[in-house]
Design a protein around this ligand. Structure first.
Ligand SMILES: NC(=O)c1ccc[n+]([C@@H]2O[C@H](COP(=O)([O-])OP(=O)(O)OC[C@H]3O[C@@H](n4cnc5c(N)ncnc54)[C@H](O)[C@@H]3O)[C@@H](O)[C@H]2O)c1
Length: 385
């Protein structure tokens, strides 16, 4: 059996914690030892994976009731190689002696029984704080609060008005906590989102302004957990990148062809089919990568493509193009045409009601002032959206 005392999960200079009373740690440790005997599944996992450490490199932000049993879970994750930061997912559920025992073991834990809502959201933030450049790469989320915080925080960093109208006590504390975080670190939430590689400076600037880190694949390939190419280019992820990838990295492409990722270069390695369109490939380093849809467009290979609303925009466009060509074919010569702007505007107009958008009607004076027809098109032909 593996010892209950696991090595500490100290992070980038941070083993700090917020617990009610660290003096309760010894009592918590005694109860943890009892719980370990009653949680044979977790202890069996420690024994099975203690050498292999399959969670090495995982930075887990945990949001789950901070009880004795959760303590056994946390120490199992750490025993399997993970770094962990933990908060409770409920203001009343923490067992203070459990939190203290985990904190005393060097694992950053932020939980007190009876904590205020302000403390609750502050603690949920603390589990997402992993140093200047990193966030968690895994969230273990019982009620979805940590994930929801990242999603809302990211929205708020682009448009702070989403925080303008809290509708209950919970939202008042949550929104205030997000505002506080954004005031000291404007890109905090978006950094958790991921990285983008670009060749076009305009797109790179757009991505950076959206809060993504714009990087060269070559510089970061070992750090990435999930790769998605979407360029329409070829050899974007080359053999030299593939062989450097970390264990269990997920590799996929959303572009049209399978040569964005050099899948052909992987053919000589060992492939194990896990299920349709999911393959495990063993690299020369011994690391295994998970290749989705054999490098072909992953959203259709492994899922059901775009949402119907997106396809409605695209296909309304198609129908209008068919009508235009069928009824006015003689007005077009053999050439490549884009849909006239007024038809593009019609496509958009037909989709506004469904999403509750209210279009402002231009007055004829305003139309004259900006020199466009009242009924559109509203932009000159050369305008880029
Ligand atoms: N799977 C689907 O549902 C789906 C839907 C639409 C388009 N597509 C396909 O996706 C691909 C991209 O289409 P798009 O309309 O988004 O094209 P796009 O040109 O708008 O976007 C591609 C981006 O990739 C960048 N890029 C090109 N080479 C690069 C490289 N080596 N490294 C980093 N960035 C690079 C470009 O600068 C551009 O910003 C095409 O193959 C298209 O057929 C797939």
């Amino acid at each position: 059996m593996v010892s209950s005392t696991v090595s500490s999960s100290k992070l980038v200079n941070d083993s700090s914690y917020e617990v009610a009373d660290i003096e309760l740690a010894d009592f918590g440790r005694k109860e943890l030892a009892i719980a370990e005997k009653e949680m044979p599944g977790l202890m069996a996992l420690r024994e099975k994976y203690i050498k292999e450490k399959p969670l090495q490199g995982a930075r887990i932000a945990g949001s789950l009731h901070m009880t004795i049993q959760t303590g056994v879970l946390i120490e199992t994750l750490v025993a399997l190689g993970a770094q962990v930061r933990w908060a409770s997912c409920n203001i009343f559920s923490t067992q203070d002696h459990a939190a203290s025992a985990i904190a005393k073991n060097g694992i950053p834990v932020f939980a007190k029984k009876g904590e205020t809502l302000t403390e609750y959201w502050s603690y949920t933030h603390r589990i997402l704080e992993w140093g200047a450049l990193e966030g968690p790469n895994m969230i273990l989320d019982d009620g979805g609060d940590a994930t929801g915080l990242v999603i809302l925080g990211d929205k708020a960093s682009q448009d702070s008005s989403v925080l303008d109208n809290p509708s209950n006590e919970e939202e008042i504390a949550l929104f205030a906590s997000i505002r506080k975080k954004l005031s000291v670190d404007a890109s905090f939430y978006s950094r958790i989102k991921g990285m983008i590689a670009e060749i076009d400076p305009i797109c790179a600037l757009q991505a950076a302004m959206e809060g993504y880190r714009v990087v060269r694949l070559d510089d970061v390939v070992e750090q990435i957990d999930i790769f998605v190419t979407a360029t329409g280019n070829y050899q974007v992820i080359c053999h030299e990148h593939l062989i450097r990838m970390k264990d269990e990295a997920i590799v996929s492409n959303i572009g049209h062809f399978d040569n964005e990722i050099d899948v052909a270069s992987l053919k000589s390695y060992k492939w194990e089919n896990i299920k349709p369109q999911v393959d495990h490939i063993t690299l020369p380093s011994g690391n295994k990568i998970i290749l989705l849809a054999e490098g072909r467009l992953v959203n259709l290979g492994c899922a059901t493509g775009h949402p119907s609303f997106v396809m409605s925009n695209s296909f309304t466009n198609q129908v209008l193009a068919q009508i235009e060509l069928f009824t006015k074919g003689n007005e077009y010569s053999e050439n490549v045409y884009v849909l006239p702007k007024h038809l593009d505007e019609m496509v958009a107009r037909l989709h506004l009601e469904k999403i509750g958008a209210q279009l402002t009607q231009l007055t004829s004076e305003q139309a004259d002032y900006i020199n466009v027809p009242v009924q559109g098109p509203y932009k000159p032909e050369q305008y880029r959206y």
